[in-house]
Design a binder for this molecule. Sequence first.
Ligand SMILES: C[S@@+](CC[C@H](N)C(=O)[O-])C[C@H]1O[C@@H](n2cnc3c(N)ncnc32)[C@H](O)[C@@H]1O
Ligand code: SF4
Length: 409
Amino acid sequence: MPSVLPLGDPAPSDGLLPAQAADGAAQRGFGLYVHIPFCAVRCGYCDFNTYTATELGGGASQDAYASTAIAEVEFAAHALTASGLPDRRMGTVFFGGGTPTLLPAEDLARILTAAVNEWGLAPGAEVTTEANPDSVTPESLTLLADAGFTRVSFGMQSAVPHVLKVLDRTHTPSRVPQVVQWARDAGLSVSLDLIYGTPGESLADWRYSLETALSYEPDHISAYALIVEDGTKLAAQIRRGEVPGIDDDDHADKYEIAEELISAAGLGWYEVSNWARTPEQACRHNLAYWRGDDWWGIGPGAHSHVGGVRWWNVKHPTAYAGRLSGGVSPAAGRETLDAETRNVERVMLEARLSSGLDVSLLAKSGQHAVAGLIADGLVDPASAFRGRLVLTLKGRLLADAVVRRILPD
Ligand SMILES: C[S@@+](CC[C@H](N)C(=O)[O-])C[C@H]1O[C@@H](n2cnc3c(N)ncnc32)[C@H](O)[C@@H]1O
Ligand code: SF4
């Protein structure tokens, strides 16, 4: 969740949604995102809405956060019912950050229990938390599993000490196999997040990180190209020439290595940056975002989407807590997406999935562009013949360019 918020329209203080949000809701899935905006240290590359204890100052303590988040859970349940949305159980819950596991596991369990009391969990629901390798113990992971969490996503990033140092990560490589084992012992499914293209990372470093991650036999891997976000410490270091900049060709080479090694280890891609051991182990919460389902985002800066209405909360934890303690919606703004915008977003997101995009969703100009994309080796011809646009490996490397060619100017 990048930290810059859109402008949008004002959001009503009672959180009520326009009538159109309820249209067809019974046919859409419902999920919950819970943002935990705290980190022990801010990594130099990270632009997420998260705060260290020193950045936070007074006014919004980590100790009170679970109670504040629960106040938004209760506010959300009331607002959805009062807006005419049907009762729906949660198919997925995702605690992200920041570092959710910086809070005591009891606090995360309390927030989850409050949400389950309001909405209930659908059978087989997926409940994930992100975690930094140095912010969990065997006891905390067991407590989370007992509370209903099913999955943990560890920010491994790299197995190479000099790369972890440039990223400002606080864990040592040897910590990762230990926490993976603890998570398994607790009965949790395990995902590992990796970053490639860090300044100073060689191709051999990246290969080693992948081989090491795969040797832990995770159920799921996410591999993201490092983005140099404006205003971060990393951007300043690159500008001052203290560390080398990043390079698109290097990213492409590393993506190809990722695909080669991860697929050889038996995991399959289902989204450009995500691989799962079995289709059931794909992150269903992210798939629900990409397919335009409904979700409520709890926490400062969190985004929500219900039936084409999208809104986002105030960014700072103090302002967020203040709104909720006054019984007022924490939303800072909202927008109602028109049919054309929804279709464009759907094209942008579904084109990145291995299940592909229904070609009939494209305007005539986009449909005509498909033959050229096949000729350029970017789109799989057999799938296109069946009416679905599925990226080839080359297409995955150039996914943004493919999307530009199929959308109207
Ligand atoms: C925001 S973090 C939250 C989880 C946890 N705090 C951690 O760092 O693992 C989620 C993931 O976002 C990714 N991420 C954050 N900033 C990024 C950037 N500038 N470029 C690429 N990936 C980034 C990291 O890989 C991280 O694992
Ligand atoms: S620990 Fe995660 S959320 Fe926190 S600063 Fe680092 S990458 Fe960002």
